[in-house]
Design a protein around this ligand. Sequence first.
Ligand code: CAA
Length: 681
Amino acid sequence: MIETHLHTDILEIVLQNPPVNALGSDLRGALFGVIAAAQTNPDVKAIVLRGAGKLFSGGADIKEFGKLQAEQGLPELVDTIEASAKPVVAAIHGTALGGGLEIALGCHYRIATADARLGLPEVTLGILPGAGGTQRLPRLIGVEAALEMIVLGNPVSATRALETGLVDRLSENQSSLASDAIDFARTLNGPRRTSELSASAPAGVFEQFQATNARKIGKLDAPRACIEAVKAATELPIKEGLAKERDLFVKLLGGDQSKALRHVFFAERAAAKIDGLPKDIQLRPIGRVGVIGAGTMGGGISMNFLSAGIPVTIVEMQQDALDRGVATMRKNYDATAAKGRLTGEQVEQALGLLDPTLDFDALADCDLVIEAVYENMDVKKDIFSRLDTIAKPGAMLASNTSYLSIDEIAAVTRRPQDVLGLHFFSPANVMKLVEVVRGEKTAPDVLATGMALARKIGKVPVVSGVCYGFIGNRMLIPRQEQATALVLEGATPEDVDRVHTEFGMPMGPFQMADLAGVDIGWHRDPERIESLRDALCAQKRWGQKTGAGFYDYDERRKPSSSPVVAEIIEDFRQKEGIVPRTISDEEIITRTLYTMVNEGAKILDEAIAQRASDIDVIWNYGYGWPRHKGGPMFWAELVGLAHIVDALEQSRAQLGEAFTLSPLLKRCAAEGISFDEGARQ
Ligand code: CAA
C-alpha cells in the first residue's frame, strides 16, 4: 500500500494503490502508522508524501461509501498529517482529486508538476469534500476561488494553483518531482497549518455566487450544501466548521441524489467493458475514415474524427449536396471558434483533413466507412453491397442507422464479420452517446475497435445488440405511444411535457417530437389520417422546422400552446368516442416512464443490453435523463420494482391490448432483487 524511503533526514512516503491511489481503509491505516512512527523517529526532520504511478491520488475510495469505514478515517487522517510536528510536503503529479487534494491540504506545503491538475470533484458525486476540504481550501486560497473549485467541481491547473497559493512551487515534471520535494523539505523549519488561517468573505459573495450559478445548481442538493459548508468556514472556528462539514457530508451521502450520481460514475466505466472479450484484444488500425452522406448526420459524424486529427473522406451523390454539407461543417466550426473553444488555426487544421468527393471509389482507402444516409433498408443494402466490392480487406463497415437491422445490412456483404452499427445521436458533433451495435456476426476485434475509436473521438460508447431502435430509441416507442394515448384520453401535450421537465428531463415527448420532426416516418399521404400524428402532419405541422407542431412557434422558435392542436385533439376524441377525463401527474409518470422501464427490462432480458447500467448511460448521454436520478433502470430500483409492477398492472386497461409486462421486471419485483441479479439468473 505504501513504500517509505529515508533520504538521510527526509522520509519519503509513496502511495501505492493502483490504479488511482484511492484512499481506501488499508491505505489510510498504513498512513496513520507511518506518520505516527515518523514523529518519534529522531532521524526524520521532514516528510514528503507522493503517489506512485500516473497520479498523486484520485481521492477517497468511492466503493467504500455507505460502508461504516468510509465515514471514518479520512478526516482524521488529514488532521493527523496536519498535526505532525515535523513539516510534511505533498508532492503532486498527474491529479490530486477529492480526498487526495484534502490530504495535500493537510500537508504543510505543496509542490506540483507543471502539468498536474488539482480538484475537488465530490459535488459531481452528489457529496461535498468531507475531509476538511471545505474548511481548509477557503482559508488557503480565499472564498471566491474556493467556491469555484468546491461548488462547481472544476479542477485547476498547477499554474492556477500556484497563482492562488494552493501550491507553493512547481517542479518541471514527474522525474524531477521527488528530488525537488526532498530538497524543498530540507529547507523547512517547521509545520505551517492551514487550519490556523482564517477565511473571510467579501460582503454578498455567497448570494452572488449562488445567483450566477443558479442554473447549474438547479435542484441539486450537493452544490447548496457545499456553499453552506464554505460559509461555515468564514463564520466558525475550524473545529466547529469541520463538524458542520461532516454533518452535511453524512446527510448528502445517504441521499438519493448521491446514490444516483455514484451509480452513474461506475455505470460510465462499466459501459466501456465488453462481456466475453479478452482484455488484450488486438485493435484494427484506423488511419482514415470514410463517411457516406454529407447531410446533418454525416457532417456531424465527420467533424468528430476531424477534430481528433483523423482524416475523413466524405462522399455525396450530388455536388450541391456535398457543398452544402461542407459549408455546414465550416459554419459549425466557425461558431465554436467564435465561442473561443477552438482557434482559427485548429479549425483550418481540422477542415484540412477533410476530403469531399463524389467518387464512391475513393472509399477504397478507408479503414472504416460509416454510412449515414436516410433510413431506408433498400438504399442501405445497395450501399453496403457496393462497399463490399470497393472497401479494402479488413476495413470496418458501419451503418449509422437508428432503427434498422445491422444483421440484414451485413448479410448483403461477403464480410458480415466486419460490419457493425455506429449509432450517433443528433447533433452528432455535440452529443456524446454512440450506440455501438454488435451484429450477430460482428467480429470481436471490430466491436472492440468501434468502442475504442468512439472513446478516442470523445464519445461515450455503449454496446447494443440488434433490435428495432436498439436500446434508446426502442424505449422511446412505448413512451411516445402512451404520451399520445394520454393526450387523447384527456391530458394536454403541455401536461405530459411538464411532468417530464419537472422530473428533470430537458424536454418532454411532444417537445422532442417537435424538435426532431413530427413527420419522421410519416406515410406522407395527407388524406390518410389514422393517428393524431397523421392529423398534424396533414396540416404541415411538422414541428419546429415548419413553425408548428404540437406547439406553435414564433420566429425565434419560442413555443406556445396551440389552439389548432387542441381542436385537432378534440376532433380526434369525438371520432373515437373518447370522453376526456382528468389525468393525474402520477398516471403520466406510470404510463410514460414506467412503460419505458418495462421496455428496458425486456431489452435486458433479451441480452440486447449487457447490463442495466448500460441502459442508464444511454439515457444520460443520449436523451438528457438527469444524472442525479441515475438513469431509468437505477431510478426504477430506487422507486421500487414492486411499486412499478403494481402501478402498471393498475393501468392495464389504459395501456391497451398490446401491453405486456416484462417477465424479468415481474420476477425482480416479486423476489426483491435488482435487474442485473435477475438477468444473471
Ligand atoms: N474510488 C474508487 N475507484 C476509483 C476511484 C475512486 N476515487 N477513481 C477511479 N476509480 C476506479 C474506476 O472505477 C476504474 O475502475 P475500473 O478499472 O474497475 O473500471 C479505475 O479506477 C480507473 O479509473 P478511470 O477509468 O476513471 O481512470 P482515468 O485514468 O481515466 O481517470 C481519475 C483517473 C481522473 C482519477 C478518474 O478515475 C476520476 O475522476 N476518479 C474520481 C475522482 C473523484 O471523484 N474523487 C473524489 C472521491 S470522493 C472523496 O474523495 C470524498 C471525500 O472527500 C471524503
